[in-house]
Ligand binder design. Sequence first.
Ligand code: PGA
Length: 256
Amino acid sequence: MKRTYLVAGNWKMNGSRVANAALVQGIRAGAGACKDVELLVCPPAVYLESAAQLVAGSGIGLGAQTLCEQEKAGAFTGEVHGAMLKEVGCRYAIVGHSERRALYGESDALVARKFRTAQACGLVPILCVGETLQQREANETERVLQRQLDAVVDLCGIAAFGDAVIAYEPVWAIGTGRTATPQQAQEAHAFLRAQLAKRDGRIAASLRLLYGGSVKADNARTLFEGPDVDGGLIGGASLKADEFLAIAAAAQAQSI
Ligand code: PGA
């Protein structure tokens, strides 16, 4: 099954109007060389609307870094509803990033609600899952991935994964410069795909599984060689156009 690679830039809480314009301009300038790869940028919420104008007509998509789990908009101070994200031009929404889980106490159940709300609003959720170093060392990686995945499957059903993306992001590799080996990434991806395949083989085969965690220009190519690795969720390296494009080029090389 041939899946279109997706390379997504998670800018986290970085950027400014001036910096975003330069970054998008740089990515646009080189995006033509990666025509078989879907490119996505996820700026902070406050910049989504201006970023939508910056990417307009380029084929580069726009994603939100999180969204409110509430189905209906209303009295939820500080939150942003999925319909608002959709209205300003988002196609995707990241849910369950490990920083949200660890720093803002997002539980598996809350992440599942965000996933459901994203889809209800017409956004494609990018569900992040991944184990901590302690969990990996205790041989609990698969158990953790299963738990994080099951929370969403139980609430939303397997059919919901027909229009979703999963990002495997080992917490110990995020922002640390310590990348999973291509073999570790492939193993985790194969495990996730196999779990989905138990419920629906067709959906499992077509779902895109991204790897995230210290992906850089110089390690992207070997990471993307894994047969179950369909692209990357890129943090730090997505803030430099050249580096992000080099990662996209590594995905492009696998696409042909
Ligand atoms: P990193 O972040 O590439 O800086 O490790 C990845 C992520 O948090 O999605």
